[in-house]
Design a binder for this molecule. Structure first.
Ligand code: HEC
Length: 167
């Protein structure tokens, strides 16, 4: 009886270990595979769980958990945010926008949230040559947060992106 119970516990543990390995293992996309298809895991994110948590604690109050935002708080990021990367100045805007630049998160954590956010909410618009945000890049640009000019810059960049289309 004890042996049978032990056996069941052991095989359940083996199953768990196998599924954990599977989940943590390399994604279905081999390195260097077609850049045209959307990435199946976020580039530049070492800890997806932490990035999600940081998003939930620091960003979703305005942007909502699903990035949809609301008229009263923040514009929707879902289906739009990666389009800023299509035009010159857009990448810089994403870092210098006040909600990002003045976040209490460290440069490294913020870079991971940004990479996670782009993948989670708008991976289909990520440019094929997208280079993940790095801590050094966040540190250099977030020291100059946008102020009142953010709204004007936002609509200018978005209309340029819509006009140019993906790179
Ligand atoms: C206090 C509310 C607030 C918080 C908190 C906040 N944001 Fe925002 N966010 C905004 C608003 C409003 C805009 C639109 C630009 C502007 O006027 O500042 C914006 C714009 C953005 C943009 C640029 C894309 C666009 O459509 O303009 C990104 C990227 C972004 N936020 C990410 C984040 C991340 C990541 C966090 C957490 C680290 C965060 N935001 C926290 C309110 C917020």
């Amino acid at each position: 009886m004890i042996a049978r119970v032990l056996g069941a516990v052991l095989s359940a543990a083996a199953l768990c270990a196998a599924s954990a390995l599977f989940a943590a293992g390399p994604s279905g996309t081999p390195p260097g595979s077609s850049a045209a298809s959307p990435p199946s895991s976020p580039a530049g994110v070492t800890n997806v769980q932490l990035a999600w948590q940081n998003w939930a604690l620091n960003c979703q109050g305005c942007h909502r958990l699903d990035g949809s935002g609301s008229d009263a708080t923040a514009p929707s990021l879902a289906g739009t945010v990666a389009k800023f990367l299509w035009v010159p100045g857009g990448r810089e805007y994403l870092i210098r926008v006040p909600g990002v630049a003045t976040s209490p998160l460290s440069d490294a954590d913020l870079a991971e949230v940004m990479n996670w956010m782009l993948w989670r909410f708008d991976k289909e618009h990520l440019p094929p040559n997208f280079q993940p945000f790095t801590a050094a890049e966040m540190g250099a640009l977030r020291s100059r947060p946008l102020r009142l000019e953010a709204a004007g810059m936002r609509s200018d960049l978005l209309s340029k992106a819509e006009a140019s289309g993906p790179p």
